[in-house]
Design a protein around this ligand. Structure first.
Ligand SMILES: O=c1ccn([C@@H]2O[C@H](COP(=O)(O)O)[C@@H](O)[C@H]2O)c(=O)[nH]1
Length: 274
């Protein structure tokens, strides 16, 4: 998907919500466990109930790999469903990959071609030759981990390297990579106050912002420091939407939760006059 299509979708739906599909068989409603493919049945119901309030879905690959072949099949079915029924939505493989170039190319083929994701999250630790194979794919997006939402982010990401914090080095250096226009970055909602410094280095790039809801990040603060004239934000919520209810009404409650976040986002978008 082209960035312009993503921006147009945000403007039309008045939302920049990304729903995280972190589907956990220990948390989904019990009645779904009788289904032949409970993970897909849950995802389908969540997608149908939330699609009008979001612009992106982010399956976290760990939740599928954890169930082996069964999980991988459910991921494939989920992607086929999204691509067929809701082709306008942006899809993110939260896979946090990155390896020597030859291997990164295979990861890129797996997620961009075989599974047809629009984007993938990548760890920048192995550097330029581990990231550029992903950037070579036209209209596909590589979302580099910059400043993550967890406490451990302070172990390395905020340490000084070349006179600046490591996350700033990641942002600044990656701008020189070949096809850098295909880059986006992860910045956690729990680090919202850092967003003004992030914006000094990448003023226009899209940021994937996880950590609102269950991790305590604040949407208004994220917007205050991170929003751009073309929005530039995809704010993710996973557990807060998926498990709003574990009863028979789970899909309706997930839809209601997504709708209430969309309403808050609409207020922020109105401030931009888009
Ligand atoms: O810095 C990061 C990077 C990725 N994540 C992922 O986002 C979701 C957040 O889930 P919630 O339930 O809304 O907390 C999850 O898949 C994480 O692995 C992140 O949280 N922080």
């Amino acid at each position: 998907m082209k960035i312009d299509q993503l921006i147009a979708q945000i403007r039309e739906k008045k939302t920049f919500l990304c729903v995280g599909l972190d589907t956990d068989l220990d948390k989904i409603p019990e009645h779904l466990l009788k289904e032949e493919d409970p993970i897909f049945a849950f995802n389908k119901a969540i997608i149908d109930a939330t699609h009008q309030f979001c612009v992106a879905y982010k399956p976290n690959i760990a939740f599928y790999e954890a169930y082996g072949l069964k999980g991988w099949k459910a991921l494939e079915r989920t992607m086929e469903y999204l691509n067929t029924e809701y082709p306008e939505v942006f899809t993110i493989a939260d896979a946090k990959r990155g390896d020597i170039g030859n291997t990164s190319t295979r990861y890129a083929k797996a997620f961009f071609e075989t599974l047809n994701f629009d984007s993938i999250t990548i760890a920048p630790y192995m550097g330029k030759d581990s990231v550029e194979p992903f950037l070579a794919f036209k209209d596909k997006h590589t979302i580099l981990l910059a400043l993550t939402s967890n406490q451990g982010a302070f172990d390395f990401q905020t340490k000084q390297v070349n006179g600046q914090e490591l996350y700033k080095e990641v942002l600044a250096t990656s701008k020189s990579y070949k096809n850098a226009e295909n880059l986006m970055y992860v910045v956690g909602a729990t680090k919202a106050s850092y967003l003004s410094e992030v914006r000094q280095i990448v003023p226009e790039s899209f940021l994937l912002v996880p950590g609102v809801g269950a991790q305590g990040g604040n949407l208004q603060e994220v917007c205050k420091y991170g929003i751009t004239k073309d929005i530039g934000l995809l704010v993710n919520s996973s557990r807060g939407i998926l498990y709003a209810s574990q009863g028979l009404d789970f899909a309706k409650m997930a839809g209601d939760k997504a709708k209430s976040i969309q309403k808050e986002m609409e207020i922020e978008l109105n401030k931009l006059d888009v």
